[in-house]
Design a protein around this ligand. Sequence first.
Ligand code: HEC
Ligand code: HEC
Length: 89
Amino acid sequence: MTAQKSKKTLFINIAFVISLIGILLFLFKAPEITTPKLPHDDDHNRFFSMKKKAAGKLCVECHSVEDTEEIHKETTPNTNRCLFCHRRD
Ligand code: HEC
Ligand code: HEC
């Protein structure tokens, strides 16, 4: 390969990696803007140190799937998933 050509390949590879990072940032960051985070209060503090799936099963003690059905109409809430959307930070 000529020096000229390998420079071009390097540039294409860098552009490819940058666009992948852009897509990943978009996918990971976009939903966080509108989804309420897990509140830091007496009701929720214990969940911050739990495994996501174990904690998720306990959410429905207070937030029944029926109660939040209207809010979640675009998705099908599953207790394994609560904390993937409602972030703990
Ligand atoms: C002991 C009862 C209880 C449990 C268990 C509970 N919550 Fe809540 N949650 C509440 C109450 C009460 C509110 C409303 C007051 C508030 O915003 O703190 C609330 C509010 C919220 C909100 C709204 C915050 C906002 O900014 O509007 C989210 C999101 C939430 N809970 C998610 C969860 C998730 C996820 C779990 C399981 C890991 C969970 N909750 C478990 C009682 C509970
Ligand atoms: C696919 C992502 C997703 C999943 C999974 C999910 N939620 Fe939500 N949830 C949202 C979004 C987005 C909102 C905010 C909707 C709005 O405000 O219009 C919301 C709103 C809420 C609210 C109401 C907050 C308020 O301001 O009143 C509660 C409580 C809640 N979710 C609890 C849960 C629980 C419990 C689970 C698991 C059974 C769960 N969510 C699973 C995305 C999700």
